[in-house]
Write a protein that binds this ligand. Structure first.
Ligand code: CDP
Ligand code: MG
Length: 153
């Protein structure tokens, strides 16, 4: 099954929304393959946001993301990358639709609670950046036949 990388950002941790946000992924039927709290180092932030190096928001984004620990997770499921992006909603919390995480909990472009990989390729790169192989778990899904049709599993 497809895996995607998710990070609950400092605003989610500080505002006590870790449980609420995580429960949305669980309720959807995604499966948790790994999770850990990390305090992102300067070099990790540079790497994670390298595509935005030189943008005017880069320094403040780094300061925000490094201000307190984040919860890094790997979620698994059919089309997990796309499904998780849909659950998160548009980048700007003021534009994200109600029913999405960013739409329901935030008012900010920067402080938008959650990071989620934007493609399969990005997901693979981000998962291997933040998780060692032994930190990811494969375990049986007792409810698989109720989550997916035979040809979807
Ligand atoms: O997170 P997402 O993939 O939806 O958005 P992005 O365009 O890849 O930007 C990464 C993150 O940078 C966003 O989630 C925001 O937290 C932040 N950002 C910002 O603070 N100011 C901007 N003008 C654009 C993005
Ligand atoms: Mg992005």
């Amino acid at each position: 099954m497809e895996k995607t990388f998710v990070m609950l950002k400092p605003d989610a941790v500080q505002r006590g929304l870790v449980g609420e946000i995580t429960s949305r992924f669980e309720r959807k039927g995604l499966r948790l393959a790994g999770a850990k709290m990390i305090w992102l180092k300067d070099s990790q932030l540079d790497e994670h946001y390298s595509q935005y190096l030189g943008k005017e928001f880069f320094p403040r984004l780094k300061e925000f993301m490094g201000a307190c620990p984040v919860l890094a997770m790997v979620w698994e499921g059919k089309d997990a990358v796309k499904v998780v992006r849909t659950l998160c909603g548009l980048t700007n919390g003021r534009e994200a639709l109600p029913g999405t995480i960013r739409g329901d909990y935030g008012m900010s472009l920067q402080c938008n609670l959650v990071h989620a990989s934007d493609s399969l390729q990005t997901a693979e790169r981000e998962i291997s950046r933040f998780f060692a192989k032994e930190e990811l778990f494969a375990y049986g899904d007792a409810l698989s036949e109720y989550r997916y049709a035979k040809d979807e599993r």
